[in-house]
Design a protein around this ligand. Structure first.
Ligand SMILES: *[C@@H]1O[C@H](CO)[C@@H](O)[C@H](O)[C@H]1NC(C)=O
Ligand SMILES: *[C@@H]1O[C@H](CO)[C@@H](O)[C@H](O)[C@H]1NC(C)=O
Length: 373
């Protein structure tokens, strides 16, 4: 665990100095071989570039376009980084597009994707389906639904007749999630105070937490959260979450889906609750500092800081920072004491998979697009 933190720290320390130049644009039919951090699916080079921009450590990328012919890896977006910040080599290659992260370019945290992707499917992540006359109507349904980030529409020429005109609304996370939350001595963690965790509403919510109560079964998803309040925000953002249970000793947040019943059971270790509907949850938990809690990984930078409050201010001042971990003088690795680790995750709409499929069309919510009203 410590080794991972140190390795991640060294990577971000050494790479950051080289990444202050804004390099928009694309290199068509150019590969940046190797140096892969991971790959994600993406429908276009533009979307892939923004995934790289929002990924904590991605510095450049190579995207395998739909016209790639060497194998079946279409729509693969390879996120890459090197210690120098530059690709080691650049090689001409048909069917791929490469480019650089826009981290140095003051990127829009909620980018707009208005392009229509014809004969492209975004399989999975469905939470609701309806029938619409056109692609545009499906896109409007997605844009009006707070849970919808992207969709796939089945057109009139699709082979299977009974699902023609079907509009599949799909979800991905737009609020930052902390992928790892662990107990660890010598560290403190917290969140940016810029209010990016949840949407804003005028009406304050009544408390809807059930203390010392478990709701067993009906699990939809298991996530990590720092508190029951945090777990409630995650449940509120997920269109299929009907209620949740949070276990504080291992930071487990279980989102549940069962619209037919809710059977509770007394359990000292568990807090449960229902999601907030169009009301403002108490945001006090975002302002707290969590002692002996590590949000391990997801680092984009680390630097010295005097205390956890100073680290919190650095995170709040950095537009891309979502959460942080601070190592105090009791941290096990002496070389990394009193450092502030600034962290973030991808929050833009991201389909779990992208494939070719005739007679369907896919696209994104237009909620983040400025409309000429
Ligand atoms: C939903 O909850 C009810 C009441 O607790 C239970 O009887 C039912 O089995 C649950 N359904 C599912 C699919 O878990
Ligand atoms: C470090 O550990 C010592 C001994 O357990 C404790 O007294 C001290 O308060 C700790 N320092 C911090 C900043 O937590």
């Amino acid at each position: 665990m410590v080794a991972f933190l140190v390795a991640a720290g060294l990577l971000s320390l050494s790479s950051f100095a080289f990444t202050d130049e804004c390099r928009p644009g694309f290199l068509e039919n150019m590969d940046f071989p190797g140096a892969d951090l991971t790959f994600l699916f993406s429908p276009s080079a533009e979307h892939c570039q923004k995934l790289c921009t929002q990924h904590p450590s991605c510095l450049f990328f190579t995207f395998l376009r739909p016209d790639w012919t060497r194998d079946n890896r279409h729509f693969y977006c390879y996120l890459k980084a090197t210690a120098s910040g530059e690709p080691a080599t650049q090689t001409p290659l048909l069917g791929v597009t490469s480019g650089f992260s826009l981290k140095p370019c003051s990127p829009d945290p909620r980018p707009c994707f208005s392009e229509t992707f014809e004969n492209v499917d975004f399989p999975g992540a469905d939470y609701r389906a309806l029938f619409t006359a056109t692609y545009e109507e499906c896109q409007r349904a997605c844009t009006q639904d707070p849970g919808c980030q992207f969709f796939t529409f089945i057109t009139r020429n699709f082979a299977q007749a009974d699902i023609r005109f079907k509009c599949h609304l799909k979800f991905s996370w737009t609020i930052p999630r902390t992928p790892v939350v662990e107990k660890k001595p010598g560290v403190l963690s917290g969140f940016s105070h810029t209010g990016q965790i949840s949407d804003q509403f005028d009406t304050a919510c009544q408390s809807s937490l059930f203390l010392n109560t478990d709701i067993p079964g009906s699990d939809l998803l298991s996530l990590k959260a720092v508190s029951a309040e945090h777990c409630q925000v995650l449940c509120s953002a997920h269109p299929q979450c009907t209620y949740f249970s949070f276990t504080s000793d291992n930071f487990r947040c279980f989102l549940k889906n069962n619209a037919s019943g809710m059977a509770t059971k007394a359990d000292m270790r568990v807090t449960s609750g229902t999601p907030a509907r169009f009301c403002q949850l108490d945001g006090n938990w975002v302002k707290l500092t969590y002692e002996e809690v590590d949000f391990r990984g997801s680092d984009f930078r680390n630097e010295p800081a005097d205390d956890a409050d100073a680290c919190q201010r650095k995170c709040t001042e950095a537009p891309v920072c979502q959460f942080y971990t601070y190592t105090n003088e009791n941290f096990s690795d002496q070389a990394f004491r009193r450092r502030c680790f600034l962290k973030r995750v991808i929050t833009m709409p991201a389909p779990p998979k992208v494939t070719k499929l005739d007679h369907v069309a896919s696209g994104f919510t237009l909620r983040n697009c400025v409309t000429a009203a």
